[in-house]
Design a binder for this molecule. Structure first.
Ligand SMILES: [Zn+2]
Length: 480
């Protein structure tokens, strides 16, 4: 763990703590749309089964969790007069979920560059964030961030938007993009220094980087106190070991390894796992993404019928259903290829787990078919199906990503002093990880949002998007 990055993130959080409305609590059943409230009510979740998800920690039955100024102030301590009580009897409380790999859409411009590059698509940040919050996701990591994402983050920090904590990664690629382009080691180092100066916390490395540039970026990122996550560049095909340079922090997809596979054997999976293990590189398998790609390569019918599609902006619904790259060039060979990948990814996860490589939850939300918030629960299920215990699965979405991000002192477990990023469940997720969907309420950014509030937020979003449908056609808008 790089201590420079760790302390800077802590500083940033301390700053956010000072600048956000701590402990802001809307009236029951309503969602305040504006920041600026000055009251800081003290809240207690009473008589709840706490799943702390500390390393080796056990369930703590019948605990009263006191929350003050968006932090866990006490477990079973005395309740000050005026404390607002939330009845936790018969329920389970776990840390808020973390998605290590998302792509948050922003206001954008399509077509040829205009003199000002003014946006032609405008999005409401609350619309983008509601599905995360409603699914108990309290921290997300955007892996191709731009200046617009800082604006979204500020809206959340100010309390104007109810949303998760947002960590931002600058993407560096070779070739033509996406992201910043660097084709020499010197340019790669400069791209990292620029990203740092602009305020990004992480560096995302991408497929078209050449070997020297990739290695220089990873090295410079560490020197600058930034962690590196991303793809294994195509340049390392056939010489995979050379990609495992010190401080390459996390591989963003199991597919990065399956692209390197020739035999698709357990032995090969174990070799990959040993490389990662020896280098201290973690893995976010994004099993959800490969399942979605396979599903869409076969047919779009399931996606079209999905009840979660109503929470996707109509423009992206149009893109996914009318200009879907996975489905457009489909063939029996492609379907067979993705079937092979999906089953190999399970064996990769098993090999990495056996080798002791930490696995964390990432979804690649924004990829067609992968829907914000909901996809986290899909990923939990896929990891459980691949053989992780329920506790390992839950840690992969809480304690482990928090630690990797350098936020282990702030989030990821339920402990006194930590942020009150909390999900209240009506069923025990240690019995079955699908119970993470049984959300009775979410505590995020100083606000308690009970189920009826979350449902109202989702209903409002669906209504807005339904009303906008017909105004957004992907081919027309994008000129593609
Ligand atoms: Zn991605």
């Amino acid at each position: 763990m790089c201590t420079a990055s760790f302390s800077r993130l802590l500083l940033r959080l301390a700053f956010l703590a000072l600048t956000t409305g701590c402990g802001r609590l809307p009236a029951p059943g309503t969602v305040s749309s504006r920041g600026g409230a000055t009251t800081h009510p003290v809240v207690a979740i009473t008589h709840v089964n706490v799943i702390p998800l500390t390393a080796g920690g056990h369930v703590l039955p019948n605990v009263t969790v006191l929350i003050r100024n968006d932090r866990i102030a006490a477990l079973n301590g005395p309740l000050p007069a005026g404390t607002k009580r939330i009845d936790g009897r018969g329920k389970w409380l776990m840390p808020g979920l973390i998605d290590m790999h998302v792509h948050v859409p922003t206001d954008t411009h399509f077509g040829p560059p205009s003199p000002t590059h003014a946006a032609t698509l405008f999005l409401h940040t609350q619309d983008i964030m509601t599905p995360y919050v409603a699914n108990g996701v309290t921290t997300i990591v955007d892996l191709n961030s731009r200046a617009e994402h800082f604006g979204q983050r500020n809206e959340i920090a100010r309390g104007d938007v109810i949303g998760p904590r947002l960590a931002l990664a600058a993407l560096i690629n070779g070739g033509e993009g996406p992201g910043r382009i660097a084709t020499t080691a010197a340019d790669g180092r400069q791209a990292v220094r620029s990203a740092k100066a602009e305020g990004y916390e992480l560096i995302k490395v991408y497929s078209q980087l050449n070997s020297e540039t990739f290695q220089a970026i990873v090295d410079e990122a560490d020197k600058q106190g930034l962690r590196t996550i991303g793809h294994i560049p195509n340049a390392f095909r056939g010489k995979l070991a050379h990609a495992f340079v010190p401080h390459f922090g996390m591989v963003a997809h199991a597919e990065e390894f399956s692209k390197q596979a020739t035999a698709f054997s357990d032995q090969e999976a174990q070799q990959f796992a040993q490389l990662a293990r020896a280098n201290g590189t973690w893995l976010s398998p994004t099993l959800t993404t490969s399942h979605q790609i396979l599903r869409q390569t076969r047919s779009l019918d399931e996606l079209r019928a999905s009840s979660e599609l109503q929470y996707v902006h109509p423009l992206f619904q149009s893109k996914w259903l009318t200009a879907n790259n996975y489905n457009r060039n489909t063939s029996p060979e492609r379907i067979a290829y993705w079937e092979k990948l999906v089953s190999f990814h399970v064996r990769l996860v098993q090999a990495f787990r056996a080798a002791g490589v930490p696995l964390v939850v990432g979804t690649d939300t924004g990829t067609s078919g992968v829907i914000a918030g909901f996809a986290v629960h899909d990923e939990l299920e896929f990891l459980a199906a691949a053989g992780l215990t329920a506790e390992e699965v839950l840690a992969a979405a809480t304690r482990l990503p928090a630690a990797w991000l350098g936020l282990g002192q702030e989030i990821g477990t339920i402990e006194v002093g930590k942020r009150a990023d909390l999900v209240l469940l009506t069923a025990n997720p240690l019995d079955d990880v699908r119970n993470t969907r049984a959300i009775a309420g979410v505590f995020v950014n100083g606000r308690w949002l009970k189920r009826p509030t979350l449902d109202a937020m989702l209903a409002k979003l669906s209504k807005r998007y339904t009303a906008m449908k017909g105004h957004y056609d992907w081919q027309q808008t994008s000129g593609r």
